[in-house]
Design a protein around this ligand. Sequence first.
Ligand SMILES: NC(=O)c1ccc[n+]([C@@H]2O[C@H](COP(=O)([O-])OP(=O)(O)OC[C@H]3O[C@@H](n4cnc5c(N)ncnc54)[C@H](O)[C@@H]3O)[C@@H](O)[C@H]2O)c1
Ligand SMILES: N[C@@H](CC=O)C(=O)O
Length: 498
Amino acid sequence: MTTLSTTLAKRLEDPRLFRQYAYVNGKWTHGEGGREEAVYDPATNEAIGHIPLLEANQITAAVDAAEDAFGQWRALRADERCERLLAWYDLIQANREDLATIMTLEQGKPLPDSRGEVQYGASFVRWFAEEGKRTYGDTIPSPIPNASLGTLKEPVGISAMITPWNFPLAMITRKAAAALAAGCPVIIKPANETPFSALALAELAERAGIPEGIFNVVLGDPPEVSKILCSEPRIRALSFTGSTRVGRILIEQSANTVKRLALELGGNAPFIVGPDMDPKEAAYAAVAAKFQTAGQDCLAANRILVHESIHDEFVEQFAERMSALTVGNGLESEIDLGPLIHRQAVDKAASIVDDAVSKGATMVAGDQSQAPGENFFMPVLLTNVTANMKVWREENFAPVAGITKYSSDDEVIEMANDTEYGLAAYIYTHDIRRIWKLMRALEYGMVSVNSVKMTGPPVPFGGVKQSGLGREGGATGIDEYLETKYYCLGALGSVSGS
Ligand SMILES: NC(=O)c1ccc[n+]([C@@H]2O[C@H](COP(=O)([O-])OP(=O)(O)OC[C@H]3O[C@@H](n4cnc5c(N)ncnc54)[C@H](O)[C@@H]3O)[C@@H](O)[C@H]2O)c1
Ligand SMILES: N[C@@H](CC=O)C(=O)O
């Protein structure tokens, strides 16, 4: 196994947070078959470390460990699990600068954004630590004589989590904290592009006193590992965040074991600007909603739909604001957009732009000769975007903004819903009737009105249509990891009120 890369060694206050092993049953584990994979800093293409690719029997060993540990963990009182989770939360906070550095090195996002994600990720741990104490069952008025009926909430069992590279920490904590609080052991398979944030979380979970076997991070060839996790009958729940393409594969692979599935999949968010809006205010908001994480965000404004009466002024303001965005290595200061995750993402972005231009879109800005490195993509602004273009149909996951004109509310509703996706939508207008009409008509799991920011621990995060199943966070996020057990206590004698 390679030693710490010099870049990381120099930058971390606590180098033990940088682990190049899987974490199974409380032990740092190498691959028994000797296979490993390099992890690269997308800004420089420098290898920052290596991860082992585990063999099938090692993944099964993680399930064995989780099975052995489950009984003790579920038997803890909810407030005892809460204490462990709060200790984990405190450790994440105490190490936030190192966690942010690791994230920027493996993911590329600017350091202030990484700090924001660490904070965001930690907030789910605190939220679910508390929610675990409120997993109430019900009392049911009995239709059966002399019986008492009700429900208990019980942990679903071993829960597997497969997570993406764009939010390498928060997409783990939003799932794992809920499962742990509910009393479930977790087996996490992070994206191979960004494993080190997950492994740092494992190190901190161990320090927080989360017992061996309860928090596992497995690494390997993604299709190989996912297939084992999906077909393993002892794993009762699978929570996945990633593309709709892979989500569909996991649904199929989980069919034989009839797992509980929570799927947070792709988005294709419309950003609707009403005729009453100040074009500058709306354009600045649209730039913020489009370019976070260099456009590699499931909530990114993928299709910007602007009323014809303010379209030209909006485009002008958008272009001006966009031209002020700085692109560079996320470790440097004053950077707005880091690199894309790898070269294939750059090629995909370029092909989406080429497709749009070949079908009649106008490229207002986006000179790629200015890109500061191989994996960077300069922000692009396209106008005259139409529904036959990839930039409309696909989640572009890149800093490519496409603007389309519309003329009426009914037209924009139809345009916005013209997609298989249904994660998030933005509406910018101050007209209350329009707000209400659009909000009700949009086929999306989340609608944000006059606000770019829409997420946080109390929010039921999730999509409709092919953007997923279930909700993460909020008052119901923990339910993904709980079973409802109904009970009927009969022959109680005549108890008044039973
Ligand atoms: N809805 C949400 O909350 C949310 C949040 C973040 C990202 N996303 C989505 O994630 C996608 C981007 O992330 P990504 O590129 O990492 O997604 P991805 O689907 O390629 O990968 C996600 C995870 O699946 C694994 N994987 C990849 N191929 C696999 C296969 N054939 N079989 C099994 N597992 C496989 C990856 O290793 C990774 O761990 C976007 O579509 C984005 O919208 C959604
Ligand atoms: N930005 C999302 C993650 C999607 O990529 C979130 O806030 O959870």
